[in-house]
Structures are given as C-alpha cells and as structure tokens.
Design a protein around this ligand. Structure first.
Ligand SMILES: O=C(O)C(=O)C[C@@H](O)[C@H](O)[C@H](O)COP(=O)(O)O
Length: 353
C-alpha cells in the first residue's frame, strides 16, 4: 500500500493545485454532503479548474453511511461517464471521506481520490490512513477496504464554522491520540481552552495529532498489529454508537469514542494497572465536556453482542486495545463477559447514570 501524502495547508488553493497536477485525470468529480455543498463547496468552485467539476451530493451524517448512498454515488459516476482515469474529491466530514473513499476504491476497481476533510474528526482521523467503508447490518464500518487517498489536504480554516458538538467529536480522537502517544501531548489536550479557541494553536495541535496517526499507520497500514492502538475506545464506542443508531437516537462518533475510552481505561486499570489518577483526570475531562450516553443493565447483553462484531476480534474472542500507561499500548487484550459487564457498571456509576 503506498504511503499517502497528508498536507497541513497554508493555502488550500495552492495545495490543491499541486495535488491535482499529481493526479492526471480525464473527468473530475466532487462529492459533498448537503452541509458541505452549501458551506464549503462555493469556495472551491471559485477555483477555475474546479468550475466544471461534476458534483455529487449525498445526505449528511452517519445515518446516510449506507449501501443505498454508496450505490447512488456509483450510479452518478457511472451515468456521468467516469472512467478508470477520473478523479474524485471528497469534501466533507468522516462520513463523506469514508464513503467517498470506498466508492473510489471500488468503482471500476479503483480510481484516484483526494480527501479534503472539513470537520475536526475527519482532519485528525477519518480522512487519514486509508480506512474506507460504510455501515451495514446495524454495524459500524462493517463493509470497507484499506485504500489510501492519493492526497489529504487539511485546511483548518474550515474549523472556524464548526459547531461545538462536531468540535468535541473530533477532539475525542485527538484525546485518543494523546493517550496512545505521550503524557506531554495528553496534558496539552486536557489543558487546551475549548471555550475560546485559539485557532492557530489548534492548527498546531491538529498537526501533532495527525502525526501520531501517520506514524502508526506507516508502521502497520493494514492493522495486523500496532495500528490497533488507533482503535482504543472503539470496541465499546462502536457498540454504544450501534445501540444509539438502532434506538433512533444517533450520537456523534467522537462522543461514542470518549465514552468507550471511559470503559476501556477502567479495563486498562483493572487488568494491566493503568494509573488510577490518570484515569480519573481523563474521565473528569470527558464528563465535563461530553456528558454521558445513557443505558441500563437490561441493555448489557445487546452491547456485548455488538462488541462481538468488532474487527479486532479473533474467533469468538473480543480483543481490546488497552493501556498500561499513557503511550504504553497493549493490543489483543481479552477478558470475560462478567468483567465486561462490571466495566459497564463502572461506566454507569462514574458517569452518574
Ligand atoms: O485508523 C484506524 O485504524 C482507526 O481505528 C481509527 C478510528 O478512530 C476510526 O474510527 C476507524 O474508522 C475505526 O475503524 P474500525 O476498523 O474499528 O471500523
């Protein structure tokens, strides 16, 4: 798998110009969702060579990360005459870059694509590293492929118009990167003033966060080993997210991830001695900024069933990514069902639900 180029833009237009020249193409397509079509596409359409790009617009948010939406993208590509040499630009949050990336990876067995993430979550996580896909059968990213974009262009100016919920959703993945990398970065994230955002400092933090992800992906692009570190919080987080979707009360991905982190730090503490004080400080930050996902013990079996579908699992075993300490990662950690239920008890008690 070729290493993808990730650029923290000084000028989106200049970086895009360079990226497009590196991807010779016959036709150019731009995929947006209904939000980015309104808010972000107009700026891009001012660029002369993008004026005639063929637009594809899909419904927003995770509820649209479906086979039907994917089919609608394939259909437009096909009807508008896309060839093996066409280029797709994905302009949007993680849903657009995941689904658009998968559409590109599969259309005529693969066409080139460029990601322009517009949310914090997509900038620091979803658009980088080549995981593409859709939800299926009520399960998160059940169908997908590893197919890195030719280029990822990160323009942090888009963050100025991001609402607070989407800001914190992306910040969750940054916090995860802090936990799996080093104490200094983790502390910096806990101390960042999220009430009055300093955007130039945020850009610097975004750069650091992307670097954490790129370093890991470079070592293990196909997630045979250390890449599982990037899945911290996701075994339980995806279960929360799937339950929430099934119950028609969808939550943003990053929120599910931090709630998953609360659970998995508890497991880390219980099984491999993650320091109690660091766990408490992290959970306090999460409680203050994210609130809590609510469920009761009658839903434990259902949550457990979702966890049995996690992609890190082998045979019938649920494999967690846990931490001995910040930056000290232990992959493929197993436990029994009783302990998983005890972890859910801990979550409910400490989050006050
Ligand atoms: O890039 C990775 O590897 C990750 O696991 C990053 C996650 O934050 C991201 O949500 C990813 O899409 C989850 O992948 P999945 O394999 O658990 O579906």
């Amino acid at each position: 798998m070729s290493k993808q180029e990730v650029i923290l833009c000084e000028s989106l237009e200049t970086s895009l110009d360079r990226a497009i020249k590196k991807c010779p193409h016959d036709k150019l397509f731009i995929l947006t969702d209904e939000h980015t079509q309104q808010l972000c596409l107009p700026a891009l359409k001012e660029i002369s060579y993008l004026k005639d790009a063929i637009e594809i617009c899909i419904g927003p948010e995770d509820v649209h990360k479906t086979l039907d939406t994917l089919a609608s993208v394939w259909m437009t590509l096909s009807e508008k005459g896309a060839t093996r040499h066409s280029l797709l630009i994905n302009l949007g949050g993680g849903m657009v870059t995941d689904l658009g990336g998968f559409a590109a990876a599969t259309f005529k067995r693969g066409i080139s694509y460029i990601n322009i993430p517009t949310t914090l979550l997509a900038m620091v996580d979803a658009s980088v590293g080549g995981k593409t896909g859709i939800n299926f059968n009520g399960l998160k990213n059940e169908i997908g492929s590893f197919a890195p974009a030719d280029c990822v262009l990160i323009e942090t100016e888009f963050l100025r118009s991001l609402d607070a919920h989407n800001f914190f959703s992306g910040y969750a993945e940054m916090l995860k990167h802090g936990l799996i990398s080093n104490k200094a970065h983790w502390a910096e994230l806990l101390n960042f003033d999220t009430s009055t955002i300093d955007y130039s400092y945020l850009k610097q933090l975004v750069g650091q966060s992307v670097q954490v992800k790129e370093d890991i992906v470079e070592q293990d692009p196909l997630e045979h080993g250390i890449r599982k570190a990037l899945n911290l919080g996701h075994t339980v987080g995806h279960a929360f997210e799937s339950l929430a979707l099934a119950e028609n009360r969808p939550v943003l991905h990053g929120y599910a991830v931090v709630w998953g982190i609360v659970c998995e730090l508890y497991l880390s503490h219980l099984k491999i001695g993650f320091p109690k004080n660091t766990m408490r400080q992290t959970i306090q930050f999460i409680k203050e900024n994210y609130g809590a996902f609510t469920f009761d013990c009658k839903q434990y079996e259902r949550l457990y069933a979702f966890m049995t579908h996690d992609k890190k699992n082998t045979s019938d075993t649920i494999n967690f990514t846990l931490l001995k300490d910040i930056g000290d990662i232990c992959i493929n950690q197993t436990t029994n069902k009783d302990t998983i239920f005890e972890m859910l008890d801990f979550y409910r008690e400490c989050m006050g639900i």
